[in-house]
Every structure is written in structure tokens, then in C-alpha cells.
Write a protein that binds this ligand. Structure first.
Ligand code: FES
Ligand SMILES: [Fe+2]
Length: 425
């Protein structure tokens, strides 16, 4: 059972919290590159782990992510003028470079050197896989660069989107680890969503699912088996890489899908959705379907990362579709089914009231692993999942003889092998 104290410990990621300190040890997906695509483009506000930040790309193309508010009298630099190698506050003209260093205070004589004493908190950022990642931890403990396959394949093999979700990050992550819900919540979509239809999707509709969880160096492998043909089992194998990356088992030759569930604050998270194919460019049809909100992606409100289907419109629930077995929950689309269900638990689910069963093993082990890692960081130890080799893993969906040990049998399929497609039925 998760106590109230443990629940709070897991949920809070603000500055100085144990989980916050843990998550700050990793590179964190922060923005789509396209949000600040060009030199001197408008700055963008973002909130991460409870911190309000501003991001911009200066005249030289350098990336800056720093405290949102001007050091003078606290104006939001979202109003800033991004020009001549820096971001200038429009109130009294103080100007900052990408490191947060103040480089001009027009009201003070240059000789005073006043501006040298002013610096906003700023974070290192890198660009990889059409995503801007930031590192918010202690500068001397910066890890090597992230090495997830979706971020390293050619751009034409990849589609990335993100959406806000109105609940704590852990609730969303747990949905990614709990692969049994697919047989229920997404049951009818497995037959209708063009990016999921496959033989495996038919096996997945089988509700007699058993769980096996294996701890790995970077996180966990979650194997779920369902009956397939005679004396054979269909295994769906999910990867969780600490602290918030999951890789969803594939369907047929459809591309691989994964998520990162990044805390915005304690009651909201950004759900990153990554689709990639290791060996081929995505087709025009696939890109089109994803842009229309198909697969694991969703349609967003204009100029926003909030889904069109959301809490305020009751997720456009269709009770007729629910009754007539067109949608198990009545909510349309795989991603919004997850979001609706997870948001419905409240902004921070009270886990002390749960009644867990054997298929919740993955969730139980992930919570324990996260708590252990946060405590280890408090003791000065490095957490798991920093080593780029632990990122170079894949999910898989395979059929094995009844007696096979899934983790051994799938060993090759569970790591990135360049030039080789994922294992999937
Ligand atoms: S508040 Fe920014 S320059 Fe005065
Ligand atoms: Fe789901």
C-alpha cells in the first residue's frame, strides 16, 4: 500500500523536493524545436517542475532557457524583445544573454559595471530529435546526452508531439506502465485506429493477461502475456526508462511509440508523444494520420498544447458509442482515453485508497524504484537511467512458445540494433 506520505513524496517535484531533485538529474524534454525555430523569434514561456521559465533562440541561433522574470522589477520576459544577441525587457530595457547574464542596464553608466552583477538562473539546453532538452540539476553532475532511438533516427523517420494533461506526472506515467488497461480502455480502437490494426492488436483484445516485471539497469521491462495460438503466448513488452520515459509495444509494421511524462507542476504534466520507425521513413499517410490526432497523438486547440477534447467539454463523451461497443469508455481516440481516465482521479490521486492486484505489479515496482532513487540522490548517489546505453532499448511484441522465458527469448529484440526493424506481430 502507498501511504499518504509516500504519495506526497512521489508526486511533488518542485525545487528542493526529493523527487524534484531526482528528476533534475536527467535531461528533460522541454520544448519542440519548432516552438523557437528561428534566430530572434518570439520567446516562449514554459513551466517545468514548478519553475516558470522563458526560452529563446538568440540572433546567433544559441538557445537560452532561464528564469521568466526580469531581475529589475519582475516583469515577465515573455514580453521581451529578442534582438542583437539577447532578450531585452521592454519595461526599462535591461538585456540578458542566453546564459541569463545581464549584459545591458541602459540607465546605469557602463563604467559602473552594474550589469555584470545581475544574472538570472539559467539552464543548459541541447537540441536532439526535434526537441529542446534542458538540464536543471547541479552543474557538476550533468549527465551524458540522451540516447533514445526516436531522437537519433533521421528526421523523416520520426513524428513528435506533446499535449498537456491536467494531473500529476506519476498518474500519467503509471498509465504508460500498466499495459493491461489496453484490453479494456482501448479495446475497440485496436480494430479501428489505422496505426494500430495488426494481428497483435487482435491478441491484445484477449483480457486474460498475466504480468511479469524485470528490473533493468535503466528502469524496468514489463512483459504481459496473453493466449495466442495453440501452446503459444503473445507477449507485449513495455520499457520504462527512468524517470519518465516509456516505450509502448508495437503493432505489426506500424512505427514504434513512446512517451515522456514530464512534470509541469504538481497538478499538471506534459505528455510527450514520440513515434518513430527504425528502418524506414514514415509515410505521408502516417504523418497525415498523426497530424489529425491519430495513433497516440491528439488534436490540439489553436496556439496551445491543450487537447480539443478536454475536461471542460467532458471529453466529448459519446454514450451511444459506449453502449454500442464502438468505444469502451465513450471517449474518442487512444490518447484522450488515457488522459480522460487519468485526469478523472483528480490532480493528485490519493493512492492510500487503492486496492491493488497482481497486474499492478509494474506500477508498484516503479513507485518503489523511484522512491529508492530519490533517497539515493539525497545520499549523494547517482540515480539509474543516466547512462545513454540504458536509453538504447526497444519495446517488442512477439509470440513465444508457452514454456519460453520471455526476457531471455526477447533479449535481442529489447535493444536498439541499428538497421534492424523492431520485433513486432
Ligand atoms: S522590470 Fe525589466 S527592465 Fe525594469
Ligand atoms: Fe493507454
Amino acid at each position: 500500500m502507498t501511504t499518504r506520505e509516500q504519495n506526497v513524496f512521489l508526486a511533488q517535484t518542485g525545487p528542493g523536493t526529493p523527487m524534484g531533485n531526482l528528476v533534475r538529474r536527467y535531461w528533460i524534454p522541454a520544448l519542440l524545436s519548432s516552438e523557437i525555430a528561428d534566430p530572434d523569434c518570439p520567446p516562449v514561456r514554459l513551466k517545468l517542475l514548478g519553475e516558470r521559465l522563458i526560452a529563446f533562440r538568440d540572433s546567433m541561433g544559441r538557445l537560452g532557457v532561464m528564469d521568466e522574470f526580469c531581475a529589475h522589477r519582475g516583469v515577465s520576459l515573455w514580453f521581451g524583445r529578442n534582438e542583437e544577441r539577447g532578450l531585452r525587457c521592454p519595461y526599462h530595457g535591461w538585456k540578458y544573454d542566453v546564459t541569463g547574464q545581464c549584459i545591458e542596464v541602459p540607465s546605469e553608466p557602463v563604467e559602473s559595471g552594474f550589469c555584470k552583477k545581475i544574472k538570472l538562473a539559467a539552464y543548459d539546453c541541447i537540441e536532439r530529435g526535434d526537441v529542446i532538452w534542458i538540464y536543471m540539476g547541479p552543474p557538476d553532475q550533468k549527465p551524458p546526452l540522451p540516447n533514445f532511438e526516436w531522437a537519433t533516427v533521421p528526421a523523416a523517420h520520426r513524428f513528435v508531439s506533446k499535449r498537456t494533461q491536467e494531473c500529476n506526472w506519476l498518474q500519467a506515467l503509471e498509465g504508460g506502465i500498466d499495459s493491461v488497461h489496453v484490453s479494456f480502455l482501448h479495446r475497440h480502437d485496436l480494430r479501428s485506429d489505422p496505426l494500430h490494426v495488426s494481428r497483435g492488436a487482435e491478441f491484445t483484445r484477449e483480457t486474460d493477461a498475466r504480468f511479469e516485471v524485470i528490473e533493468t539497469r535503466g528502469g524496468m521491462v514489463i512483459g504481459v502475456r496473453r493466449p495466442a495460438m495453440a501452446r503459444q503466448l503473445y507477449w507485449r513488452i513495455t520499457q520504462w526508462v527512468m524517470p519518465f520515459h516509456t516505450m509502448i509495444p508495437p503493432y505489426g509494421d506500424n512505427a514504434l511509440n513512446g512517451h515522456a511524462f514530464v512534470p509541469i507542476d504538481d497538478e499538471n504534466c506534459m505528455v510527450w508523444c514520440f513515434t518513430h520507425h527504425p528502418t524506414r521513413p514514415l509515410s505521408a499517410h502516417e504523418f497525415d494520420t498523426m497530424r489529425q490526432g491519430g495513433g497516440i497523438h491528439v488534436k490540439l486547440l489553436a496556439n496551445s498544447f491543450r487537447p480539443v477534447v478536454n475536461k471542460d467539454n467532458d471529453y466529448m463523451i459519446d454514450r451511444v458509442a459506449q453502449k454500442h461497443h464502438k468505444s469502451y469508455s465513450g471517449v474518442k481516440g487512444i490518447a484522450m482515453q488515457d488522459a480522460a481516465i487519468q485526469e478523472s482521479c483528480g490532480p493528485i490521486q490519493d493512492r492510500s485508497k487503492e486496492n491493488l492486484v497482481s497486474t499492478d505489479n509494474g506500477v508498484i515496482m516503479a513507485r518503489a524504484r523511484l522512491r529508492k532513487a530519490a533517497r539515493a540522490v539525497m545520499q549523494g548517489e547517482a540515480p539509474d537511467g543516466l547512462d545513454p546505453a540504458t536509453h538504447a532499448v526497444r519495446s517488442a511484441a512477439i509470440v513465444l512458445p508457452e514454456e519460453a522465458n520471455f526476457y531471455q527469448a526477447a533479449a535481442d529484440a529489447l535493444v536498439v540494433r541499428e538497421g534492424t526493424a523492431h520485433a513486432s506481430v
